[in-house]
Write a protein that binds this ligand. Structure first.
Ligand SMILES: [Fe+2]
Ligand SMILES: [Zn+2]
Ligand SMILES: [Zn+2]
Length: 397
C-alpha cells in the first residue's frame, strides 16, 4: 500500500503536488496526469491504440478539482475531451511511478553500467543454459560485465547461431548471417588475416549497429602463437576521460567522426558511411552511446576550427582505451563462445603466427534489445527484482 498523501494544486492550476507522508513529493503537470489516466476508458484495449488523441484537449488545460478517495486520485479538468470523464489514478501506481528527484536518481543509478574487474573473466558452461535459472545467470553476467564466455559449445558449424536463438533473432549484415574469422589468401577485411586488430566496435556505420556479437572458437590449436582476445569497457574509458579531461569529453560529444566501409570490388559491392559523434549523452548528461573504430574512419567533415580540439580529444581517449589496467585479456579455448555487448565493449585481437595450427572463429550478431527483453522476461518469470540495465543502446535505462 502506498504511504498516505496530501494534495496541493499550484497557483496556476497546472501542477499537482502529491506530498507523501514519508517526505517524497511527486510534482506532475496536469497533462501528464490526464494523459496517464488509468480508468477503464483510457487504458488502451490494444497495444498501440489511444482512446482519444491528445490534440483533442485544450492547450491551456488546468486542474479544476483534485481529491483522493479509496486510495485513488480523482481529478477534473477544464474542457474534458471525453464525455463525463474524471481522471482516476490509483495512488499506488502514482507512488510506484514517483519521479521526484530521489526516485529519479535511484532509477538512473540502479540502471547505470557498473564497471567490472578486468582480472575476472565471466564464464558459464553451455550446459547451464539449458535451465531458465542458468540462462538468467548468464544474462546477469552479460549485462553486469558487458560480456560472458560460454564454455563447451560443440565445435560445429552454426553452433553459435544455435545459442543465439535462445536470446533473439540473428542480425544479418553485409558479412551475411554467420561469418568465419580465419586467415584467408585474399582477405577483404583485416579480421581475415593473422595481424593484430586494434580496439574497435563492429560496424558503427550502420543506422543501428549490431548490439551483440558472438564469436565461437571452432578451432584454436595450441601451436598457434598469439591470437589472444582483448576487451575494454568503453563506458569505463569515457568515465575516465570525463573526469580527467572534461573538455575533451565535451568535444567527443559534439564533433562528429565519419565511419565508412566502401568496397566496390567485393563480390557484393557496398557503400556505407555515417557521421556520428563518438560519445552521446542523454537528457540527464549520462553517457548512452559510444562509437569507436579507428580502422573504419573516412574523411572528417567538420569545421577547420574544430580539428585541433577533435584530434587532441581523440588521442586522449585512445590512450585511455589502451590502458592495460582496463583490459580484459584471455585466450579462447576450442569450444569457447564469447558473447559481448558491441555497443559497450571494444574488442581487439593480438596478432598470431600460424605455421602449423589453425585459428578459426565463427561469429554472428544479435540485437541488444532482444537480449535485454529475454533478461527482463526471465527475471519476471523467476521472481527476481532487477532494474532494467542500461546497455549502450542510446536509452537512459
Ligand atoms: Fe571486430
Ligand atoms: Zn480515464
Ligand atoms: Zn519519490
Amino acid at each position: 500500500m502506498a504511504p498516505k498523501a496530501q494534495l496541493r494544486v499550484s497557483d496556476d492550476k497546472c501542477n499537482l503536488f502529491i506530498c507523501w507522508e514519508d517526505g517524497h513529493v511527486t510534482q506532475s503537470h496536469v497533462k501528464r496526469l490526464r494523459f496517464h489516466c488509468r480508468c477503464e476508458r483510457c487504458l488502451p484495449s490494444f497495444s498501440g491504440m489511444m482512446p482519444v488523441d491528445r490534440d483533442a484537449f485544450p492547450e491551456d488545460m488546468i486542474i479544476v478539482k483534485a481529491f483522493i478517495e479509496d486510495e485513488i486520485l480523482h481529478m477534473e479538468i477544464n474542457q474534458e475531451a471525453m464525455e463525463n470523464h474524471v481522471t482516476t489514478i490509483p495512488m499506488g501506481w502514482l507512488r510506484d511511478n514517483c519521479h521526484c528527484e530521489t526516485c529519479m536518481t535511484t532509477a538512473i543509478t540502479q540502471s547505470d553500467i557498473k564497471f567490472g574487474n578486468p582480472k575476472e573473466i565471466p564464464r558459464v558452461s553451455n550446459e547451464s543454459l539449458e535451465s531458465k535459472q542458468g540462462k538468467f545467470e548468464f544474462l546477469r553476467k552479460f549485462f553486469d560485465d558487458g560480456f560472458c564466455i560460454v564454455e563447451n559449445v560443440p565445435k560445429e558449424h552454426r553452433a553459435a547461431a544455435k545459442v543465439s536463438r535462445m536470446f533473439g533473432c540473428i542480425r544479418s549484415t553485409l558479412y551475411g548471417e554467420v561469418w568465419d574469422v580465419k586467415n584467408e589468401v585474399d582477405p577483404r577485411n583485416a579480421a581475415y588475416t593473422v595481424f593484430g586488430l586494434p580496439f574497435h566496435m563492429d560496424l558503427p556505420f550502420y543506422e543501428a549497429m549490431p548490439g551483440v556479437q558472438l564469436l565461437h572458437a571452432m578451432e584454436f590449436d595450441s601451436s598457434v602463437q598469439g591470437g589472444e582476445s582483448q576487451l575494454v569497457d568503453l563506458y569505463h574509458a569515457a568515465d575516465i576521460l570525463r573526469r580527467e579531461s572534461p573538455e575533451d569529453f565535451k568535444v567527443l560529444c559534439r564533433v562528429p567522426v565519419t565511419f565508412q566501409t566502401i568496397d566496390l570490388i567485393r563480390p557484393e559491392p557496398c557503400w556505407y558511411e555515417s557521421a556520428k559523434t563518438h560519445i552521446e549523452v542523454d537528457y540527464f548528461g549520462n553517457v548512452v552511446s559510444i562509437l569507436w573504430h579507428p580502422g573504419l574512419e573516412g574523411q572528417l567533415r567538420i569545421r577547420p576550427e574544430d580539428e585541433g580540439a577533435y584530434y587532441k580529444a581523440y588521442v586522449n581517449f585512445m590512450k585511455i582505451v589502451k590502458r592495460t589496467e582496463l583490459e580484459y585479456l584471455f585466450r579462447l579455448k576450442p569450444g569457447d563462445l564469447i558473447i559481448f555487448n558491441n555497443r559497450r565493449m571494444s574488442h581487439a585481437r593480438k596478432g598470431f603466427t600460424q605455421s602449423s595450427g589453425v585459428r578459426h572463429l565463427q561469429g554472428n550478431y544479435i540485437n541488444l534489445d532482444d537480449m535485454k527483453s529475454t533478461y527482463m522476461v526471465l527475471a519476471n518469470q523467476l521472481g527476481k527484482k532487477i532494474a532494467p540495465p542500461k546497455c549502450g543502446n542510446r536509452s537512459w535505462f
